[in-house]
Design a protein around this ligand. Structure first.
Ligand SMILES: CCCCCCCCCCCCCCCCCCCCCCCCCC(=O)SCCNC(=O)CCNC(=O)[C@H](O)C(C)(C)COP(=O)(O)OP(=O)(O)OC[C@H]1O[C@@H](n2cnc3c(N)ncnc32)[C@H](O)[C@@H]1OP(=O)(O)O
Ligand SMILES: NC(=O)C1=CN([C@@H]2O[C@H](COP(=O)(O)OP(=O)(O)OC[C@H]3O[C@@H](n4cnc5c(N)ncnc54)[C@H](OP(=O)(O)O)[C@@H]3O)[C@@H](O)[C@H]2O)C=CC1
Length: 514
């Protein structure tokens, strides 16, 4: 067992956000590599009519946990779900549970957050700032606590171009924002939100920055570290390549382009696509937990988990790789053939939206109406365009993140731990991006769209049919326009005559004529 894995044996760990994308992969890796850990407490709320137990059962029965169940057959006994709601001011944890958490917890991983870009400021502050503050307070009463690891985002300071592993001051103190949320009504909050977030694109990045500030100001004597991942994508290697289970970040747009809905995207082709595999982030998080508890750094260390600094992949290259992957792994029942153009200004964006998004949607809805069905494509297209407008900021800017602390940590690891951490950094090397993207697309097909791989030949056949329809449509359109032109314009008639007589002029060369 590696040094880091051994550290977690017999530990009691508290994870918030364990039902989320990152939290689940973190929990899986901890159980798989440190099966002797004592217990993982997870703060979890009942949701969508499911009890806590049902939610845990669903996680353990997912494909993600297959390996864990072999290595640690009693894994279900080692998960202790604690009913909690981070939206409530007291976190809604019962007295008994609180007592258990305070007396038993050794390490806290705080992953829970609202990651929605359109969250109302009050909601985002509640989850990303106030809940963090409450958890810190709770942590300060934990008698056996060794480390508190907070997951932030590399975009918390996306208003800067170069971002170091430091906490940047916020113009308005988090405490003032928290206080004002108590007495301001929603209408006033809506009004002041743009002023507060300033040159950040949304409430998410703003409140994640406030959350970091709260950690900085209120962690007292706690042993705290902050991890800032960039755009978290499907797994690179662990527990298997291509694991993904939500549509955040690039995944939703990959689906939309693979299904042929997304045909153009306002993006800066030469901007860096700073995607980082979820298992890379998790390996760093686990190593940071170990380092923070064992080495007890004097100040709060911040670790960037980014890929662009090692070997950047540009959005242009990432886009081409995604398209290449669709050739091998097409999605079923595509609306149109996958093809996406990057546009770079407002005019071309609006033009291609009209031609490639709205027009086909209107025509298809018309067809649905004609065949007695309910139109739905325009609605879907409008939602997609709204989503794109929220993500656009991140595909039109580049950032430079320093990674000194992350590099320092890697050098502190044993050779065995280093090998694990280095291996998962490989997609950052140019020739591995294609392999990563192919597995990502495959993962989306299998785990998100739940499509059967046996259906790939049929999907390819469907795309061939769409290509033929596309050629047929274009030819028909050309002939109609041309016919109309010929009827009205002498120049068009002359050009037509020239084209038609061209082969005749070459006739003397033909054997038949000689
Ligand atoms: C030159 C030629 C080259 C050739 C090129 C060829 C190119 C060819 C290939 C092209 C592909 C290449 C990839 C490029 C990717 C770039 C991505 C950059 C991402 C950057 C992320 C930055 C991460 C920052 C990191 C962090 O730190 S944070 C973690 C990330 N956080 C998020 O990513 C939350 C976002 N989301 C929301 O904020 C909410 O989703 C909300 C959007 C408000 C909607 O909200 P709403 O509409 O109310 O409701 P929903 O229920 O959410 O969704 C309602 C409906 O929208 C849909 N939908 C939700 N989402 C997404 C989504 N993503 N993408 C798509 N659809 C989505 C959902 O399918 C549902 O459709 P339906 O099922 O109803 O039909
Ligand atoms: N995904 C990404 O690209 C990136 C993510 N991050 C950060 O990583 C962390 C994890 O993100 P990710 O896993 O992608 O996000 P998810 O949206 O997948 O997960 C969010 C988690 O928070 C929990 N949560 C939300 N609201 C509450 C609440 N009121 N009470 C209790 N739990 C709640 C969710 O629980 P429930 O299932 O009940 O909703 C879920 O477990 C976040 O801090 C995010 O900021 C940073 C950079 C990029």
């Amino acid at each position: 067992m590696s040094m880091v894995a051994a550290f977690y044996s017999n530990k009691s760990i508290l994870i918030t956000g364990a039902t989320g994308f990152l939290g689940k992969v973190l929990m899986e890796k901890l159980f798989r590599t440190s099966p002797q850990l004592k217990v993982i407490y997870i703060l979890i709320r009942p949701k969508a009519g499911q009890t806590l137990q049902e939610r845990v059962f669903q996680i353990l029965n997912s494909k993600l946990f297959e390996k864990v169940k072999e290595i640690c057959p009693n894994v279900h006994e080692k998960i202790r779900p604690i009913s909690a709601d981070l939206n409530q001011s007291d976190l809604a944890i019962s007295k008994e549970d609180m007592q258990e958490l305070l007396s038993g917890t050794n390490i806290v991983f705080h992953c829970a957050a609202t990651v929605r870009f359109d969250a109302h400021l009050r909601e985002a502050v509640q989850l990303n700032v106030i809940a963090t503050q409450k958890l810190l307070l709770m942590a300060s009463q934990m008698s056996k606590l060794e480390a508190f690891i907070h997951i932030s985002t590399a975009f918390s300071n996306c208003n800067l171009k170069r971002i170091d592993e430091v906490i940047y001051p916020c113009p308005v103190e988090p405490r003032k924002i928290i206080d004002s949320m108590e007495w301001l009504d929603d209408a006033i909050i809506d009004e002041i939100t743009p002023k507060l977030i300033g040159d950040r694109p949304n409430t998410y990045t703003y409140t994640k920055a406030l959350g970091e500030m709260v950690i900085h100001q209120e962690s007292g004597n706690l042993n705290v570290a902050i991890i800032r991942p960039s755009i978290v994508g499907a797994s690179w290697q662990e527990p298997f390549p291509g694991w993904i289970d939500n549509i955040n970040g690039p995944s939703g747009l990959i689906i939309a382009s693979g299904k042929g809905f997304l045909r153009s995207l306002r993006a800066t082709p030469m901007a860096i696509a700073d995607v980082i595999p979820v298992d890379t982030v998790v390996n760093l998080t686990i190593a940071v937990g170990w380092y923070t508890a064992v080495h007890r750094p004097k100040s709060t260390l911040i670790y960037h988990s980014t890929s662009g600094n090692l070997n950047p992949c540009l959005w242009h290259d990432m886009g081409l790789k995604v398209l290449a992957a669709f050739e091998k792994i097409p999605f079923e029942r595509a609306f149109r053939r996958p093809y996406v153009d990057f546009t770079t200004n407002n005019f071309t964006t609006q033009y291609w939206n009209a031609v490639s998004h709205w027009a086909p949607a209107i025509i298809y809805d018309f067809y649905l109406r004609l065949t007695g069905r309910k139109p739905r494509m325009l609605k879907l297209m409008n939602r997609l365009l709204r989503t794109i407008s929220m993500l656009e900021y991140f595909i039109n800017h580049s950032w430079e993140w320093s990674t000194n602390n992350t590099e320092m940590l890697l050098s502190e690891l044993s050779p065995e731990d280093q090998r694990v951490s280095m291996e998962v950094r490989q997609p950052s090397h140019a020739n591995h991006w294609l392999e990563y993207i192919e597995n990502y697309v495959l993962g989306i097909k299998k785990y998100l769209l739940k499509e059967d791989l046996a259906g790939i030949p049929k999907a390819k056949e469907h795309l061939r049919r769409l290509r033929n329809i596309h050629y047929l449509f274009n030819t028909a359109l050309f002939l109609i326009v041309w016919r109309l032109l010929i009827a009205r314009s002498q120049t068009a008639r002359n050009v037509w005559f020239l084209i038609m007589t061209c082969p005749l002029r070459q006739e003397p060369k033909s054997p038949a004529r000689r």
